[in-house]
Design a binder for this molecule. Structure first.
Ligand code: NAP
Length: 356
């Protein structure tokens, strides 16, 4: 393997941790060298600590790695974090303080003023925050970069081209979220079978606050939130992977249905220009069939990294409505963090931090 960077994964035995391992198995730049999880797993070989729940075999390269607790130092150049939110805050800070960059999925630091909430196609310029983060926190070589909540990513990616081209004045989003979004074992089967749960703790608030930060602009070393009103309602549905969002938008400038459709369809950005390894050719795929997108059929589009948009139509209350779908553990979690790391390498933020 032509690996350049040694990578640690915090929360390596979980739903997102396993997805990291699967996606990194053949990665051209990153090689997994350290794994960390709870005290329940620490001290065991990964093959013993982890009940592998993705299709296919556990990759051979991680089977013998001894799982550690998520505390520095680990034998790696940077860490991906998929720790539970209540653990991640302190653990991630301790890695950053010890000089190890943290590329996180967890919610703990997403809304910190000096932490980029990054979607490389949408707000790559937010990486500028890293200079002020290091100065304010006294981090020398470490830093924290986060990716958004798994539904927020889908919604923000679909809004991004519309916001760039016409301005999005307001957005109302109703999500239908897969059970894998709750981790393992997640929602009890007797609660979700034959059912929809109209509550996911903290999720609506995350979508509403994260979206305006992501669409915001950097000014004087900080983010000025986008002037977009966002309202979200979240539901858990009986789907394994793939978060769907029914979205209505009011635009700041008038646009025709064709212009809205073309804005979404033609969207590409820096990751496509830089040909980053995990960047899909088309970040947004527009489908014209009346019954798409669907989780089972469309979640793997672009190797799970594309957001599929369909049902684009004028709306009687706001201006337009559409449905957007993304793979929650790939574009919504592990794949998002890996793309963030690829951008950090391309922008020189990882190369200068290498520990060896
Ligand atoms: P999960 O399946 O419950 O996995 C949790 C991981 O954290 C496991 O590796 C677990 O290790 C470890 N862990 C639990 N308690 C710990 C402790 N006290 N100290 C150290 N490690 C501990 O959860 P997940 O779905 O992968 O989610 C992980 C994070 O990613 C969460 O913050 C979640 O909000 C975020 N996220 C998830 C998704 C998704 O679609 N699932 C999407 C975006 C973001 P053991 O096996 O040893 O218990």
């Amino acid at each position: 393997m032509n690996s350049n960077f040694r990578v640690g994964i915090l929360g390596a035995t979980g739903v997102v941790g396993q997805r990291f391992i699967q996606l990194l198995e053949a990665h051209p730049q990153f090689e997994v060298t350290s794994l960390a999880a709870s005290d329940r797993s620490a001290g065991k070989a990964y093959s013993e600590a982890c009940a592998w729940r993705l299709p296919g075999e556990m990759p051979e390269c991680v089977r013998k790695i001894i799982v550690q607790t998520p505390a520095p130092p680990l034998d790696c150049d940077f860490v991906f974090s998929s720790l539970p939110g209540d653990i991640a805050g302190q653990a991630e800070e301790s890695f950053a303080r010890a000089g190890c960059p943290v590329i996180s999925n967890s919610s703990s630091h997403r809304m910190d003023m000096d932490v980029p909430l990054l979607i490389p196609e949408v707000n790559a310029e937010h990486l500028e925050l890293l200079d002020s983060q290091r100065a304010a926190r006294g981090y020398e070589r470490g830093y924290i970069v986060t990716n958004p909540n798994c539904s927020t990513i889908v919604i923000a990616m679909a809004l991004a081209p519309l916001h760039r081209d016409f301005g999005v004045a307001s957005c109302v989003a109703t999500t239908m979220q897969a059970v894998s979004g709750a981790g393992y074992p997640g929602v009890p089967s007797l609660d979700i079978a034959d059912n929809v749960l109209p509550f996911i703790g903290g999720e609506e608030e995350k979508i509403e606050s994260e979206t305006v930060k992501i669409l915001g602009r950097v000014s004087d070393g900080r983010i000025v939130d986008a002037d977009t009103k966002v309202s979200a309602q979240c539901n858990r549905v009986n789907v394994i992977d793939g978060h769907l969002a029914a979205i209505r938008v009011k635009l700041s400038q008038a646009a025709s249905l064709d212009q809205v459709r073309e804005s979404l369809r033609s969207f590409t950005a820096l990751p496509q220009e830089l040909k980053l390894h995990s960047a899909p050719d088309r970040p947004i795929i527009v489908r014209d069939e009346v019954d798409r997108p669907q989780p089972r059929l469309d979640r793997d589009a672009g190797e799970g990294m594309s957001v599929t948009v369909g049902r684009i139509a004028p709306d009687n209350v706001l201006d337009y409505r559409f449905v957007a779908l993304g793979h929650n553990t790939i574009r919504g979690a592990a794949g998002a963090a890996i793309l963030n790391a690829e951008l950090l390498v391309a922008r020189g933020y990882l190369g200068q931090n290498r520990l060896r």
